[in-house]
Design a protein around this ligand. Structure first.
Ligand SMILES: C[S@@+](CC[C@H](N)C(=O)[O-])C[C@H]1O[C@@H](n2cnc3c(N)ncnc32)[C@H](O)[C@@H]1O
Ligand SMILES: [Zn+2]
Length: 394
């Protein structure tokens, strides 16, 4: 067996996708931010998605270079180079000395010397340098917590017609559980609803689109999802004021009634109505949020018809893509069946029974990718409540 490199902390070798990586030894403990360099095996699906989405987005024309300014042990960008087949070269950065050392070791170990460079740098500095010296086709921002302070330079560093991928793990703020943080960090008015994970995706996408539009860039999600501890959005970047305006117009507000769960889209906050149009209960306001499509249908189809779809290595991420593909694409909220049932004072029926009934009635409906016991449908909440009551009495 090949000897592990001499470092002042214990390491181990992990295999992920086609990469073989030297990472810090965590023992029984989970990956924490206190480690000398950060590798989280639970984020594998996030890296799988990055490989598949990058491949699908760039398969007709090579991506050229990729940049990962918060690279940890290099797992993500190394896998992009080894597995996507569309990334020729890359640059990895990290502020941590030990992360950079491990990235160097992992570049050698995976035969990527000459194709992947590494630099110890603050992410914003690295991205600014790229913005000036040569942009990357794909930029991936994968920080601890919030990406918000890296997004602007992320867009500056992304080629026009390129792709920017970003994760966030500060779900309490983005989903409306920490309303104060949502407000001061993101400028969002949020409240926790029964579709809080949908809110988190759309909050991140909305903030990204507004950041791009300030730079006269259009940004449009081509794939987004919430899974485990993270939300992730991949945005196509377009040049021009009219693209910026068109995409910015899809960042709007929701009004949501906590009494009957009725939700609707409004353009601007001032269109807000205090009382629910269905039950007269008090409305709450959420936004601004991205209310356009979470995913591009063609890109999703491409992934589902690709070599990835039948490769067990990608099974977890392919499942997410498949579930996103089934969701009605123009409904920016969902209903937790347990919550609808609780309000209707009945026990929850089976999810598929409710979905079949909705479809029989001509509505579109599917379980959500982030919660198989939640339903995304264009049916109004009172119809859903009626079905839940009917099915409970059968
Ligand atoms: C979540 S980890 C990255 C994991 C990696 N992207 C992956 O998929 O395995 C975040 C990384 O950002 C680094 N970091 C934190 N602040 C930074 C900054 N201002 N500039 C550059 N790197 C930073 C940390 O050292 C850490 O390695
Ligand atoms: Zn209501």
């Amino acid at each position: 067996m090949e000897a592990l490199p001499r470092l002042p902390f214990a390491t181990r070798i992990v295999k992920e996708g086609l990469a073989e990586l030297v990472v810090p030894e965590t023992g029984e403990a989970q990956a924490t931010t206190r480690l000398p360099a950060f590798y989280n095996p639970l984020s594998k699906a996030s890296r799988d998605l990055a490989v598949m989405v990058t491949w699908a987005y760039f398969s007709e024309r090579n991506c050229g270079s990729a940049a990962e300014p918060l690279a940890g042990t290099g797992a993500r960008i190394i896998r992009l180079l080894l597995e996507s087949g569309v990334v020729s070269e890359g640059i990895a950065g990290d502020i941590s000395e030990w992360a950079v050392r491990l990235i160097e070791i992992n570049i050698e170990r995976n035969g990527l010397a000459g194709r992947l460079r590494v630099k110890r740098s603050d992410a914003n500095l690295l991205l600014s340098e790229l913005a000036v010296s040569g942009r990357a086709g794909y930029v991936d921002i994968d920080p601890f917590g919030s990406p918000v302070r890296f997004l602007e330079n992320g867009f500056r560093a992304t080629e026009r017609q390129g792709l920017l991928g970003s994760s966030a793990t500060d779900l309490a703020a983005l989903s409306g559980s920490s309303r104060r943080t949502a407000y001061w960090k993101y400028g969002l008015t949020l409240v926790r609803t029964n579709f809080y994970r949908e809110t988190a995706i759309r909050a991140l996408a909305g903030v990204a689109v507004m950041t791009a539009s300030r730079l006269s860039l259009g940004a449009e999600p081509v794939f987004s999802a919430a899974y485990r501890h993270f939300v992730r959005v991949f945005l196509k970047v377009d040049r021009g004021k009219s693209k910026a305006y068109q995409t910015r117009l899809q960042v709007r507000y929701l009004i949501h009634c906590k009494a009957c769960l009725n939700t609707s889209v409004i353009g601007e906050a001032q269109e807000w109505r205090e009382r629910c149009s269905v039950c007269g209960g008090p409305n709450t306001l959420l936004g601004p949020l991205w209310i356009g499509r979470l995913a591009d249908k063609n890109l999703v189809e491409k992934i589902l018809n690709s070599r990835f779809a039948s490769d067990p290595n990608y099974a977890e991420a392919v499942k997410i893509v498949r579930a996103v593909a089934e969701e009605p694409e123009d409904v920016p909220w969902s209903f937790q069946l347990a919550e609808v049932s609780r309000r209707a004072r009945t026990s929850p029926p089976k999810v598929m029974q409710v979905i079949d009934r909705l479809r029989e009635m001509g509505y579109r409906a599917a379980p959500t990718h982030y919660d198989r016991a939640a339903i995304k449908t264009d049916a109004p909440s009172d119809i859903l409540t009626k079905i839940v009551k009917e099915l409970a009495h059968n």
